[in-house]
Design a protein around this ligand. Structure first.
Ligand code: SAJ
Length: 424
């Protein structure tokens, strides 16, 4: 199939779309294509995942996605397969949305992407369009997907989903797109135009698109680190960091970030390590990035110190919230889990309560699940919205609060020790 035929099939919605990876990025994207009238095949890594999804279940919290998904599966305009060359070859367009985490020693882990590449190498790709949405450092898309046989098209459009965000959705977040050549860029752009009413930002190459994602997430990590540093100094000199941030944000060029127990998730603490590896390979120093990541990784210990200072043997300690950010059920790279493991190492007894995390997951992490009842030390690990109700059951007038997310604006309990601010 050549360019004109594919272009026409995209624009009359006849092109068959394959989405490889049906997680928090791939599933909403697949459903958007279904909703806009495309026939979609979703590809998953194994039968177990297939069975869960076939029952219309997904582990995504976004109830709307789950509802749309059940409808799509039942209406049969979304079929789900385990990734394999034969079924991949039934799609005209293949969008790669698989995880790109880091290993325990903070090195890029491209294993999922490489599995997809090896499958694609067994497909006759001529006339098809491949788009990589997975987050990678520059040259990765070209290295992994640019060398197959046959005349095919290749683009990169890094995902920008914000899990748990009720307003920023797949179809309204500006999207950066780069192509291996002009035709690939035009095909990818026209594809996204069919399903999105947001800004499509064309860049001149695959690498520019990959680097934009690296910059935007590293920018966030480093700026969170900056405000964490200012919070530690503010605390030493008795200034309230939130007051300082609220004042600074009146300056047009200051973008607000907040100090906290640390930086978690599968993006912000992860993506910068991809660009660091590339920089190291090119002998380019990026010490601002390195120091920023180290600063963020220090925050759980900073909070553990506060808890240790207040702790007495036999005290009842409850850590509230262990997910990486509020109102999500995702514990990946959660700084609160790092904090809890530090407390264990220091023989500080505690239990954990998170309304979004099951008791079996809490236990699998090696922690005790606690109850919402009066405690001596209440630690805010994650400031879930429901904390507004829950805290009253656990914080008594003599409770000491260690507020890892500067959640409490007014004093509660005996005192509130925050990050860069204290409420006596
Ligand atoms: N965090 C802070 N201080 C802040 C902001 C966040 O400590 O000022 C912590 C959070 O508690 C969390 C971590 O950093 O542990 C990451 O927070 P996040 O709001 O960036 O959450 P993510 O990882 O879901 O970020 C997503 C990202 N989206 C993509 O990478 C596609 C990120 O690029 C977005 O900037 C972010 O959503 C967003 O803007 O909400």
């Amino acid at each position: 199939m050549d360019y004109e035929i594919l272009f026409k099939k995209i624009n009359n919605k006849q092109a068959k779309v394959g989405v490889i990876g049906l997680g928090y990025v791939g599933l909403p994207l697949a459903l958007l294509f279904v909703k806009k009238g495309f026939y979609v095949t979703g590809f998953v890594r194994n039968r177990e995942r297939l069975e869960i999804l076939k029952k219309g279940k997904s582990n995504l919290l976004d109830l709307q996605v789950t509802k749309d998904f059940k409808k799509a599966v039942l209406k049969r305009n979304l079929s789900i397969k385990v990734t394999n060359p034969k079924d991949l070859s039934t799609s005209d367009i293949l969008i790669v949305c698989v995880p790109t985490p880091v290993t325990s020693d903070k090195m890029p882990d491209l294993s999922d992407l490489k599995k997809v590449a090896s499958c694609l190498s067994k497909v006759d790709l001529s006339g098809r369009l491949i788009i990589n949405e997975s987050t990678v450092a520059p040259f990765t898309t070209r290295d992994l997907f640019g060398g197959f046989n046959g005349g095919y098209f290749l683009a990169c459009s890094p995902e920008r989903i914000d899990p748990g965000n009720k307003t920023k959705k797949t179809n309204n977040i500006p999207k950066v797109i780069g192509g291996v050549n002009k035709q690939s860029l035009v095909l990818a752009k026209s594809l996204y135009e069919q399903i999105m009413n947001n800004t499509l930002v064309e860049v001149s190459s695959l690498e520019a698109a990959e680097m934009a994602k690296m910059l935007e997430n590293t920018y966030r990590a480093v700026n969170i680190a900056l405000v964490n540093e200012f919070a530690r100094l503010s605390e030493k000199i008795g200034i309230d960091i939130l007051e300082v941030i609220n004042a600074a944000k009146t300056k047009w060029s200051f973008q607000v970030h907040f100090p906290g127990v640390g930086v978690g998730g599968h993006c912000i603490p992860v993506d910068p390590y991809y660009v660091l590896k590339l920089a190291k390979g090119k002998n380019v120093g990026m010490k601002v990035v390195e120091e920023g990541l180290a600063e963020n990784e220090e925050m759980p210990s900073f909070v553990a110190e506060k808890i240790e200072k207040e702790y007495r043997k036999g005290a009842k300690v409850l850590v509230y919230g262990i997910t990486y950010k509020k109102d999500v059920n995702d514990i990946r790279e959660s700084p609160v889990i790092v904090l809890c493991n530090i407390l264990k190492k220091r023989n500080i007894e505690f239990s954990v309560y998170d309304p979004f995390v099951s008791e079996e997951i809490v236990k699998s992490l090696g922690f005790e699940r606690g109850q919402l009842r009066k405690v001596d030390i209440f630690v805010v690990g994650t400031d879930h919205s429901v904390l507004a109700k829950d805290y009253r059951k656990a914080i008594g007038k003599d409770s000491i609060v260690i507020d890892g997310r500067n959640y409490f604006i007014e004093k509660v309990g005996k005192k509130v020790l925050g990050i860069g601010r204290n409420l006596w």
